[in-house]
Design a protein around this ligand. Structure first.
Ligand code: ADP
Length: 372
């Protein structure tokens, strides 16, 4: 397989630097474009789709750092090299922070230039490879989930319906022991059905479709419905759900049903991974243009090295999941729902002390005189 032809965009206000860079790249299998100021460079980057941008730090108009910032807004995978006449540590550090993968002090020597370019393009190759792998994994996950849910959901639905009918028809003919077995079967089948439905919701296309029906949603309704749906389970474990700020006037642009589901998952986990007789705190707070819903428990907690994985599909943290039923799908589903609402979800936890999960959503501004 031949190497891909990489595209390089050179941005510098000094024609002589542009010319010498073009000359140094001659003979290599690169497609090269040039721009003599930052604004033109950004515009060209949008059309030319470069793999690598080599940009001068100090230019009239937009500086090299601003160019990188703007370019990374529409394509964070483009790699870049900062040219600097001011090879101070500070400017190099700034450049790296803005995403430049290397910097070159002027005057540039051909050997050094080619080396840095090769290194940057190798990095670009790795980024593209990782991106392709992620896409492939996502596609496989969607296909797998779609096939399995389809192949399982219909037959299981029929089984469930027949089982419920049979249980009703035989209700006065069964012995107590048979009735108990029948009840256990109903519970297991219902659990399995719920799991498959969660899978179906997990398929990202379903989640992205909900955006089409977004409308202002009162957060206090989301909170009330979520609490209502877990209340029985909390009572069964003698766990009290305490609220603060739950009568918030805040609204968000979204889909009420899925937002309730995202919060129910957090509350269910808080109950599941807490000891009987403890308390769960649900706190709603406004933070500038966002609203945060925090669910805190004083349960088993999660080990620090497991914490970064809890939002991954099928992940179950060994330190807390042991002995508890679950599929490792609740938190990834909550994450997808929250992200579809342009929000974030985060967690802090201390083993043996408890965990706090926080959903942050952009708050809708209440227009003057509007009542909720
Ligand atoms: P599960 O069905 O296993 O609960 P989730 O996706 O909801 O799946 O959660 C993933 C894992 O994160 C759980 O298996 C558990 O190990 C951990 N976890 C989630 N919430 C809590 C919590 N409140 N306290 C302790 N561990 C938790």
């Amino acid at each position: 397989m031949s190497d891909p032809q990489y595209k390089i965009l050179l941005i510098d206000d000094e024609e002589v630097v542009l010319d010498s860079c073009v000359r140094m790249l001659r003979g290599s299998n690169y497609e090269v474009a040039t721009a003599n100021d930052g604004a033109k460079g950004v515009a060209l980057a949008k059309e030319f789709h470069p793999d690598l941008i080599i940009v001068d730090l100090k230019m009239p108009g937009i500086s090299g750092l601003e160019v990188l910032e703007q370019v990374h807004q529409f394509d964070p995978t483009i790699v870049s090299i900062m040219l600097t006449g001011y090879a101070t540590v500070g400017s190099a550090v700034d450049a790296m922070k803005k995403g430049a993968c290397d910097f070159l002090p002027k005057p540039i020597t051909p050997d050094e230039f080619r080396l840095v370019v090769t290194r940057a393009l190798e990095r670009r190759r790795l980024i593209l490879e990782a991106q392709a792998l992620r896409r492939e994994k996502e596609l496989l996950r969607e296909q797998f989930a779609a096939i399995v849910s389809h192949e399982l959901k219909s037959p299981l639905g029929a089984l469930q319906q027949n089982l419920f009918l049979l249980a009703e028809e035989l209700s006065d003919k069964l012995t107590d022991e048979q009735r108990q077995r029948m009840e256990r079967m109903k519970v297991r089948v219902t659990d399995l059905m719920k799991l498959i439905q969660t899978w179906l919701r997990l398929i990202s296309t379903d989640i992205s479709k909900i955006r089409d029906h977004f409308h202002p949603v009162a957060l206090r309704d989301v909170v009330a419905k979520a609490i209502e749906s877990v209340q029985n389970e909390a009572t069964r474990k003698a766990i009290e759900i305490l609220t603060e700020g739950a009568d918030t006037p805040c609204r968000v642009n979204g889909d009420e049903g899925t937002l309730v589901q995202a919060l129910v998952n957090l509350l269910n986990n808080a109950i599941k991974y807490s000891h009987s007789g403890t308390e769960i705190q649900l706190r709603v707070t406004e933070e500038d243009d966002k609203v945060a819903i925090a669910v805190s428990d004083s349960g088993v907690g999660i080990a620090p090295d497991e914490l970064p994985h809890v939002f991954e599909d099928f992940y179950r943290a060994p330190s807390s999941a042991q002995g508890q039923q679950g599929a490792g799908l609740g938190l990834p589903l909550s994450r997808r729902i929250v992200e579809a609402h342009d929000g974030t979800i985060s967690v802090t936890s201390e083993p043996g002390k408890g965990s706090t999960f926080v959903i942050r959503l952009p708050a809708l501004k209440t227009s003057q005189g509007e009542t909720l």
